[in-house]
Design a protein around this ligand. Structure first.
Ligand code: ADP
Ligand code: MG
Length: 697
């Protein structure tokens, strides 16, 4: 049956080898099945008619009923054009042709009622439609299809009559052949409970909708199905892994209790407690753990990691903590050394710059099992690093490590897999995490330690600058320090640098008695360090800088962040920048400066920043605005295979699809039941397709 869908498109009536070769090359479409999935990206709504008096030149497309009352050919040679006056009861416009003039003029009939369709454009004081589509009125009324599909195509295809219309003709021929053979891929009960359209109907309607409602239902059905199979496969992977790899049972709590009683420096937040419980339940369950811990910067992931390490060590296993850079690894080591020594744990640091001699000592201590905790960079992954028995591996800042590196850690033991915990400070929306990390369980630290005051964020226009300066002055008088950040991007580097310098100058003028520093990427490293140190030591009160301050610096006394031209920054960058303040006990502020005229997206970004400090909420909005393409980790996740569903815009459908997949797998993990046969069949079809792909590429 699937063989039929593999039929080459050249065998379709009206296509043939030449057009087929072109479509292969331009659209990467080879078979009936692939052609069927070449979905329109929008529809021209031919259900609505406009009056000429309503037309504005910024309308995308309009459809009119009226008649031609005069026409003439103007100019000659290259400038020759045919102009017809077209009117209805409300007014008149021009229709213009620059090409095919003879052909058109023979077919234009004065006075007969017609339908005109096209894009209005302003020429001087007149509105005109160039190369409109024309149809006699009577024909149109008999047609039932009122939505015209618009298909993705290319310049080359267009020049060979394979524009959207041409592709639509191909699909018109294809659909009656293939639709009767399209198998239902979802169980009947699921379709019924969610009122999903049968697949063949959805496919028909997506190409040639019979109305708004029908199109909506078709879109829902097809998007649901894409998400459903994506999620089902991720969940199945997870299931297979936990069935195949029994995890070691890590359940001892002696060390942990001692740590809580004697050394815990603060009360854990409820979120930290919950996440520790989730991890502990996983560790003691006998099922191998693969878990992602998400928590905004400063949410306290390190202590959570350490507490979990204690459970593993207590249960007789070794542990490791891997960070992406030497600085971060060293910071972790310094932070945990004290705790470890108090708890009688042996800890070591292994990075690229560990001396040969120390390396040898560490390798020995690992092999003998004497070393309890190894902190380091990807130096940990080298083959010479061999543990006696690694029970728990923790990776900090996962997004900088690939899946392959994760797998390498798993392989550190020959006879069993360690539990793996991945920590990330880059909040990604739940729906995206479900997919990018769909094979991981997810824990979220969604609460900041007590005593931190949320940063107050305001949006001010450039004309309010004097007031903003007044506010800065007051904060500085209270003893605080201030960042003022300017955008600097490669495309407009020169101009940006100039506005930074101008800004610095005007700030120096506005605060004549204050020490003010400046920091940007074009400075020499020594100068940068010098400026940064002055600010850290509170010798400068204001730091005028570019986004170079985004990472790394920690100045708790700096409590105001002013971001100039805030409309030019992306949301995640604004959030990262704002994270530079709010690190001390004082109330912190973020002031977003912008010009008055803003694009819709810019306004949404700024409003979002003002509304919330929650990195997850911000990431959600960011995903909606930008789509998933730019976000980390999306490449291998299957998102790029989605043809019609969109993780950002269709998140509700995604959540529903995942829930459905989950409940089906809970009842029937191997999809053996008769009811679930359509799913099992579709899974094996999808697998087969992938194999074909791997053979081609
Ligand atoms: P991140 O999640 O960014 O890795 P850290 O683990 O570095 O955050 O914690 C940030 C700071 O907050 C550290 O100084 C840490 O000691 C402190 N901290 C963590 N948890 C708590 C808590 N429950 N109460 C108070 N301070 C905490
Ligand atoms: Mg951290």
């Amino acid at each position: 049956m699937s063989g039929f869908f593999d039929t080459k498109i050249e065998y379709l009536k009206g296509v043939g080898p030449q057009k087929a070769a072109l479509i292969n090359k331009e659209l990467d479409i080879f078979t009936f099945g692939e052609m069927l999935q070449h979905y329109p990206f929008r529809y021209e709504d031919r259900t609505k008619f406009y009056k000429i008096s309503d037309i504005r030149s910024d309308m995308q497309q309009v459809q009119l009923i009226g008649s031609i009352y005069s026409m003439e050919t103007i100019g000659d040679g290259r400038k020759k054009r045919l102009v017809a006056q077209f009117r209805d009861e409300t007014g008149a416009i021009e229709l213009t042709w620059f090409k095919g003039i003879q052909w058109v003029s023979k077919r234009l009939v004065k006075g007969a009622p017609m339908i005109v369709f096209g894009k209005p454009q302003q020429f001087g004081r007149k509105i005109s439609i160039a190369h409109p589509e024309l149809e006699p009125l009577t024909n149109k009324q008999e047609k039932e299809v009122n939505f015209q599909p618009v298909y993705p195509t290319t310049e080359k295809l267009r020049s060979r009559y394979l524009d959207s219309k041409g592709l639509s003709k191909i699909l018109e021929t294809l659909l009656p052949l293939v639709l009767p053979k399209v198998p239902e891929t979802l169980p009947f009960s699921l379709c019924q409970s969610l009122s999903l359209e049968p697949k063949p109907i959805a496919l028909k309607e997506i190409h040639f909708p019979s109305g708004h409602q029908a199109l909506k239902k078709a879109l829902y059905r097809l998007k649901f199905e894409e998400f459903f199979f994506l999620q089902l496969r991720l969940l199945k992977m997870n299931l297979t892994r936990t069935e195949t790899f029994r995890g070691k049972v890590l359940d001892k709590t002696g060390l942990l209790t001692k740590f809580y009683k004697e050394f815990l420096p603060f009360d854990l937040t409820n979120a930290q407690k919950r996440v520790i419980r989730e991890i502990y339940n996983n560790l003691k369950s006998g099922l191998q753990m693969n878990r992602l811990v998400q928590g905004d910067v400063g949410s306290g992931k390190t202590i959570v990691a350490f507490i979990c390490l204690l459970v593993a060590v207590d249960s007789g296993f070794q542990t490791c903590l891997m960070a992406p850079t030497e600085i971060l690894a060293t910071q972790h080591y310094e932070g945990l050394k004290d705790f470890s020594e108090k708890m009688g744990l042996k800890i070591a640091l292994l990075t690229g710059s560990t001396s040969k001699k120390n390396r040898a000592i560490i390798h020995e201590a690992l092999k003998s099992g004497e070393l309890n905790l190894l902190v380091g960079t990807h130096a940990l992954l080298e083959d010479v690093v061999v543990f006696k028995q690694l029970g728990l591996a923790i990776i900090d800042e996962q997004h900088r490590f690939g899946v392959a590196q994760r797998a390498k850690l798993w392989g550190k033991n020959t006879d069993f897999y360690p539990h793996v915990l991945v920590m990330t400070a880059t909040p990604i929306p739940r729906t995206l995490a479900m997919t990018v990390y769909g094979d991981l369980d997810i824990s979220v630290i969604d609460e900041m330690p007590a005593g931190r005051k949320p940063i107050q964020t305001v949006h001010r226009y450039d004309k309010d600058r004097l007031k903003v300066f007044g506010f800065l002055k007051k904060e500085i008088e209270k003893g605080r320090q201030v960042y003022i950040v300017y955008p600097l991007i490669e495309d407009s580097e020169k101009m940006d640098l100039k506005s930074l310098m101008d800004g610095h100058e005007s700030i120096c003028r506005a605060f004549p008695n204050l020490p003010i520093g400046i920091l940007h990427g074009n400075m020499k490293p020594v100068d940068k360090d010098f400026e940064m140190n002055r600010f850290v030591k509170n010798e400068t009160k204001i730091m005028v800088a570019t986004t170079v301050i985004e990472v790394g610096v920690n100045v708790p006394n700096a409590s105001v962040m002013v971001i100039e031209n805030a409309e030019r920054f992306g949301l995640s960058q604004l959030h990262q920048l704002r994270g530079r303040v709010g690190r001390g006990s004082d109330q912190s502020y973020c002031v977003l400066m912008s010009k008055y005229e803003l694009s819709k997206d810019s306004r949404v970004r700024l409003d979002t920043m003002v509304r919330t400090n929650d990195g997850f909420e911000i990431a959600d909005v960011d995903l909606k605005l930008r789509g998933p393409g730019d976000l980390a980790g999306t490449q291998q996740s299957g998102i790029t295979d989605l043809k019609i569903a969109d993780i950002g815009r269709d998140s509700e459908i995604l959540v529903q699809a995942r829930a459905s997949a989950q409940s089906i797998l809970e009842k029937d993990p191997h999809l053996n039941s008769q009811e679930n046969k359509p799913i099992a069949d579709q899974l094996s079809r999808l697998k087969k397709n992938e194999m074909n792909w791997s053979r081609i590429s």
